[in-house]
Design a protein around this ligand. Sequence first.
Ligand SMILES: Nc1ncnc2c1ncn2[C@@H]1O[C@H](COP(=O)(O)OP(=O)(O)O)[C@@H](O)[C@H]1O
Ligand SMILES: [Mg+2]
Length: 174
Amino acid sequence: MHATNAHPLISPVIPPHPSLTHANWLASFPLRSFLELGAYENAAGSARGHARNVLAEWRLDDLSDAVVHVVSELIANSVNATGKVRWAAGLPPVRLWLLGGAGSAGTGEVLVLVWDAVREIPRLGVAGPLDESGRGLGIVHALSGRQWDTWLPSAPYGGKVTRALVDHPWRDPE
Ligand SMILES: Nc1ncnc2c1ncn2[C@@H]1O[C@H](COP(=O)(O)OP(=O)(O)O)[C@@H](O)[C@H]1O
Ligand SMILES: [Mg+2]
C-alpha cells in the first residue's frame, strides 16, 4: 500500500465513539473518504462502486471484496431502517466513511463507518437455513472478525453509527 502521512485536514466530522477518548485516533487512518447518499434503494450499489474504487486507489485491493460486502450490508440496512420512519422534514441521508491505514500487521486495514438517522441499535439475528433475510449483520460479523459495533452519538450528531474493521481479506470458502 501507499505510505501516506496523516494530514491535518478534517473530513466531514465523524461522530465520536464513546470509548475513543484520545483525540488523535484518526492518525492511524491516514487514508480517508466520505460519501453521503440519499436513503434510496440504489444507495448500496453506489456505495459498493465507491468502496471498490477507493480501495483500488489506496492499493488495498486485497481487502476490497470484504470491504465491499460490509459496506453493502450496512448501507442496505441503513436505507431500510431510514425508509421505515416517517420523517417530518424529509428523508435524511445515509453517510459512509472509509478510513484506511497500515494496520498492526502492516498489511492494511479499513474501518467502515455508516451513519443513519434512526436511533435504534441493530442486533445480530439468527437466520435459519431457509430464511431469505437476517444475514446481513452476520456477514459483517464474519468479515470483520467480530470487530464491529454500533453507538448512538450525542447531540448534535444524532442518529447512530455502525462501524466495522476489516483487516483480513475475504477468503472464499470454496
Ligand atoms: N441501520 C439499522 N437501523 C435499525 N435497525 C437495523 C439496522 N440494521 C439492522 N437493523 C435491524 O437488524 C435486523 C437484522 O439485520 P440484517 O442482519 O442485516 O438482516 P436483514 O437486513 O435481512 O433483516 C434488521 O431486520 C433490523 O431490524
Ligand atoms: Mg440487512
